[in-house]
Design a protein around this ligand. Structure first.
Ligand SMILES: [Zn+2]
Ligand SMILES: [Zn+2]
Length: 338
């Protein structure tokens, strides 16, 4: 039987309808075969030696090994927003129109075209997470920037136009309405209950246990109660932390190892599914707020939204969050390369 569930953190209602999996071609457990990639692609702008086709280099994280960098930050060649657009002052034209000012960076996660977060060594994935964090903090502090969106698209169906492993950051001169309403919801919850909504949610989920996947000293990973898609995963700091900007070096390493383990579990269950990763967090200016609590979401792209979703803004999840969590819990986490 289907069920309607509301996510207390986002306010979104979802229809959980596992029996929909019985429709032809709707099985969420369908294995996605990994597409083999070469270690170097002569046409890829992110591969070493192809710097001439990059619009520039913002940062290289050095290493002794060739090609001399392990993580690289570059401007997006086709940015959605432009840093040199009117720089803000005169950018707002009226209430519903402003110049496309902002930043759009790319974090190239490895010199290897065939690298994968799920199989990186500890120091490699920590360097990736540190670059995410550094860039997130730097962009958040720029004038007129209200929100920095950190995301990773994996697989062409998820929006990745280049196969080389990378993540992106878009710095916005406004806060998207959905994120505004989530913050308002969190604020209202705190006012009424005197507690952070996500801290409460983590406590409830840990006591329940049915949607738990894995924990480390500082983080909890779970399938949310009202997951919007099959195998949606949240990675959250267990101690209250308002902004991703507040995480320290040791926690970044721990977070990297947990993220890698979760991606391994998804691969174990689903093959090599396309997915989006998003870090939902306000910037350093809102550090310490008692009602904001950041999280990382992994959303595999196994189903396509249709007219119902377009009409209602509600997701239909043809999978049971409890079954998905059990499958991920029972799957293999990270196994180091021999
Ligand atoms: Zn490449
Ligand atoms: Zn909290």
């Amino acid at each position: 039987m289907s069920e309607l569930r509301q996510d207390r953190v986002t306010g979104a209602w979802v229809i959980i309808a596992p029996e929909r999996q019985n429709r032809p071609q709707q099985r969420t457990g369908t294995t996605h075969t990994p597409q083999p990639r070469p270690s170097f692609d002569p046409d890829c702008p992110f591969c070493p030696g192809n710097e001439a086709i990059l619009p520039g280099i913002l940062e290289d994280v050095p290493t002794d090994r060739p090609p001399g960098w392990r993580v690289r930050v570059v401007p997006n060649k086709y940015p959605v927003l432009h840093a040199d657009t009117a720089m803000g002052q005169a950018a707002r034209r009226d209430d519903v129109n402003m110049a496309g000012y902002g930043h759009h960076d790319v974090v190239v996660e490895s010199p290897r075209h065939d690298a994968d977060l799920a199989s990186m060594a500890d120091d490699e994935i920590e360097a990736v997470l540190s670059a995410y964090h550094r860039r997130f903090v730097w962009l958040s502090q720029l004038p007129r920037i209200q929100r920095v969106i950190l995301f990773r698209n994996y697989g062409s169906i998820s929006g990745a136009s280049l196969a080389h492993p990378h993540a992106q950051l878009v710095a916005l001169p406004m806060t998207p309405p959905d994120l505004q309403s989530q913050a308002a919801l969190a604020h209202a919850w705190h006012k009424h209950h005197g507690r952070c909504i996500l801290c409460d949610e983590i406590e409830t989920e840990r006591a329940d246990g049915r949607r738990a996947i894995e924990e480390t000293d500082a983080f909890t990973a779970l399938v949310p109660f009202a997951a919007t898609c099959p195998f949606e995963v949240w990675l959250v700091p267990r101690q209250h932390q308002a902004s991703f900007a507040e995480i320290d070096g040791a926690e970044l390493g721990e977070m990297g190892r947990l993220l890698r383990s979760l991606l391994c579990r998804l691969k174990c269950v689903l093959g090599d599914p396309p997915y989006n990763i998003v870090v939902e967090s306000t910037g350093p200016a809102e550090s310490g707020r008692p009602y904001l609590h950041w999280r990382l979401r992994i959303a595999p792209n196994l189903t396509m939204p249709g007219g119902f979703e377009l009409a209602t803004g509600m997701a239909i999840n043809p999978s049971s969050p409890e079954d998905d969590a059990r499958a991920l819990r029972d799957a293999e986490g990270y196994a180091p390369r021999p």
